[in-house]
Design a binder for this molecule. Sequence first.
Ligand code: PMP
Length: 367
Amino acid sequence: MTRHFNFCAGPAAMPTAVLDRARSEMKDYRGYGLSVMEMSHRSSEFIAIAEQAEQDLRELLAIPDNYRVLFTQGGATLQFSAVPYNLLGQGGTANFLDTGIWSRKAIDEARHLFGAAYVAASSEADSHRVLPRQEDIVLSEDAAYLHYTANETIGGLEFDYIPRAVHPDGREVPLVCDMSSSMLSGPLDVSRFGIIYAGAQKNIGPAGLVVVIVRDDLLHQACAGMPSLLGYQALAKGGSMVNTPATYSWYLAGLVFQWLKHDVGGLEAMDAINTRKAEMLYSAIDNSALYSNPIAPQNRSRMNVPFVLADERLDSLFLQEAEAAGLLNLKGHRSVGGMRASIYNAVSEQAVDALISFMADFEQRRG
Ligand code: PMP
């Protein structure tokens, strides 16, 4: 059996150790005589798995006690609806940082549901190649919260700071972050946020699961008449088991948290590895005549590295040869073209080394 190097943006590479562990427990979970897939979500065995996963995530991110952790469904996309429904019950307008395709989708959904969404800063004039600085962010008078996308998965931009959501009258409003493609890539000060959410299928586990971290005081601002399954308060009260949760994805996420704690050695260690991988790849791109990346250096994503070839007629050959060399899923998003290497937590330094060697070799032969 060969495992290729997978640079997919999501669903993304899983740690091999996690897959091995899941395989060994697949048919008989620790002597219970059944698979986790076959367990009732109400069983004591599954409740123990669920609680352990939450505890490990709390430990990894040092999540303060006044935050709830929810394991829900519907992808990060359903959070584009859930967040305004949960936060706009007392009126006001959702404010956003417009930084590319994913933030735009969140803006469009808030506008669709509530008729208004205010853009407090935008990088559109810079073709989304450099992110707004703190001083560029001006909230509306009626701002209820500020939403931003920590890492634009398609554009390949990542915030190098946590914005402050300061209302014109000086009050702070809750900061909401779509952290789908960067959560767990390094340590995080959760206390700076009102809500953090992330689709699992990058750094957390398989698709079908969404993690939401919400501050207690924000559980009481929901709109009347919203779909009950989207309500954070109900999810928090019901231990994220208002309906049948994505049990197997939840279990696998738990194994990923264990891997991060015990195999990697925590998020500081993960952070150092991720910085090394990204620096190596960007430096290979910057030092070549064939490849280039257009993003302002301080905003370059450590997780998603888009690059173009100087001659786009070489694109399909590049992808073909990469695949033959066991380097999969390097094609850029259909909306932007070019290439994209997603180098999430589970993509090893060895995988990045192999990609860099292939790129250099391709340039020498074809560039
Ligand atoms: N936000 C970001 C930053 C993403 O990268 C993605 C998916 N690539 C989404 C939201 C949407 O996630 P989902 O497909 O889980 O709804």
